[in-house]
Design a protein around this ligand. Structure first.
Ligand code: FAD
Length: 461
């Protein structure tokens, strides 16, 4: 057995990489982690966290408007100071970067700043900011390099920005065009609209948010339109051109749109370029994502991959759970703890549109395909808060039930705090709760969540 510098070398200090390195370090394993940007990866620096902070910023605007119906008199129309928001966000994220560094040091993980590539199945070369390179050997290598925004080929694509850029736009856009109907595009459309921009969302397909429950998709599109986002489906961008300081977006139907900023949110690709994968025999698929088999093993012995770079469910809690499952597989669980494994069923998720979506389990159409006979329960209502605010926003709650077993196989919500509410119901669904058990649960009154335990109206299909 050759002597290696480390037992585990992790490439990428994002959600999956940091969690795996830290967990391995806690087991007394000799670990190194290379990161060429900031610790915390996409989620902390240009994803979940800054996005949620900006979503809160947008919510205040709704609150100010709603407050009048509750008797509040505002001295003047509140305005957003974009510079203050950016500075405070950067400060808060800088604080998180520091926490990640301390967590790694606390677990005795050696942090190496620089861009890593594989030299052979046990050697990683890291190129540092000053240009010099260092080589490190390890028994096991983990690739957790995540992904990056992808923009299709089209004339003028260099005039568009991507989600990585949007948090630090030098000037707040008065008019914003968002291209893409996935969750990231929809979230930014809602957020920038809430913060005061005029927003047009362009999506080439028939309805935004492909993959979510169809009724939820229709409901959210309608609520976003009611709130003032110009959601246009079956809209295909052909080119972008500069128009003074602005951008002109040309559509396939011959119309044009002008905006200060065009944000492309048309998907992401795995960060696999320049990693030296071919040389060591790590196979990737047509989109560049690393192919893995059981226990996150790549096609090259001793090399593993997880998180967004493998192109599965691209969510932070998934990358974290994968990191922990891999460490238990490679080095065993901590004494007294059960071995963690990965289970991809019933993973809850939220979309921070305004109003937000929370969802867990099967959509109505997926349930019909999987279970055959199903029952669907739904309620579409005006939340109590808006009886005084005057806002016309409505909420939707929906349960999908397997008719044969009475098990609730899907729960979906559109409305305030949907993510917070669905997280709790996800435990029940993961535990196999039946509709009868939902019905036997007493509601908390007055809340929107109580609708989930009082649903009576049924559609059988
Ligand atoms: P990353 O977090 O991307 O980390 C990879 C790291 O590897 C990066 O820091 C990168 O710099 C580094 N790296 C890459 N190549 C190299 C190299 N050669 N050498 C050294 N370092 C390298 N998920 C949620 O669960 N909830 C959300 O609300 C949510 N919102 C999102 C919003 C946006 C705008 C985006 C873009 C993503 C969002 N996500 C959300 C997804 C989430 O951020 C990712 O699923 C998660 O960060 C994946 O973790 P990871 O460890 O696989 O990769």
């Amino acid at each position: 057995m050759p002597a290696f510098d480390f037992d585990l070398f992790v490439i990428g200090g994002g959600s999956g990489g940091v969690r795996a390195a830290r967990f391995a370090g806690q087991r007394g394993v000799r670990v190194a982690l290379a990161e060429d940007r900031q610790l915390g990866g996409t989620c902390v620096n240009v994803g979940c966290i800054p996005k949620k902070l900006y979503s809160y910023a947008a919510e205040y605007a709704e609150g100010f408007a709603d407050a009048a119906g509750y008797g509040w008199r505002m001295p003047a129309r509140p305005t957003l100071d974009w510079e203050v928001l950016k500075t405070n966000r950067a400060q808060s994220i800088g604080h998180l970067n520091g926490i990640y560094g301390r967590l790694l040091s606390g677990a005795n993980v050696q942090q190496i700043q620089g861009r890593a590539r594989l030299v052979d199945a046990n050697t990683v070369e890291v190129t540092h900011a000053d240009g010099h390179a260092s080589r490190h050997t390890a028994a096991v290598i983990l690739i957790a390099t995540g992904g990056r925004p992808w923009v299709p080929e089209l004339p003028g694509r260099e005039l568009a920005v991507v989600s990585d850029d949007v948090f630090d736009l030098p000037v707040f856009p008065r008019r914003l065009v968002v291209v893409g109907g996935g969750y990231i595009g929809c979230e930014f459309a809602s957020i920038f609209h809430g913060m005061g921009a005029e927003v047009t969302l362009l999506y080439r397909g028939e309805q935004i948010l492909r993959g979510f429950d169809d009724e939820v998709r229709d409901f959210v599109a309608e609520e976003m339109r009611k709130a003032g986002v110009d959601v246009r489906v079956q809209a295909q961008v052909t080119r972008i051109e500069a128009a003074g300081n602005a951008r002109r977006v040309h559509l396939a139907d011959g119309t044009t749109l002008e905006a200060d900023v065009v944000l492309y949110a048309t998907g992401r690709r795995a960060n696999t370029e320049g990693l030296g994968l071919e040389a060591v025999g790590v196979r990737t698929d047509a989109r560049g994502a690393i192919e893995i088999g059981a226990h996150f093993a790549t096609s090259a012995p001793g090399i593993y991959a997880l998180g967004d770079v493998v192109g599965g469910l691209e969510l932070t809690p998934v990358a974290l759970a994968e990191g922990m499952a891999l460490v238990d597989h490679l080095f065993g669980p901590l004494p007294g703890h059960a071995r963690r494994t990965m289970n991809y069923d019933d993973i809850p998720t939220a979309v921070f549109t305004h109003p937000p979506i929370g969802t867990v389990g099967l959509t109505e159409s997926a349930a019909r395909e999987k279970c055959g006979a199903i029952r669907v329960y739904r309620s579409d209502f005006r939340p109590l808060q808006h009886s005084l605010s005057g806002r016309s926003q409505r909420s939707l709650v929906k349960l999908v039930v397997d008719d044969a077993t009475d098990r609730v196989v899907g729960a979906h919500m559109v409305g305030a705090d949907a993510g917070e509410i669905i997280q709790g119901f996800a435990v029940a669904i993961k535990a196999g709760a039946t509709k009868a058990q939902f019905d036997a649960t007493i509601g908390i009154h007055p809340t929107s969540a109580e609708e989930f335990v009082t649903l009576r109206e049924v559609t059988r299909t």
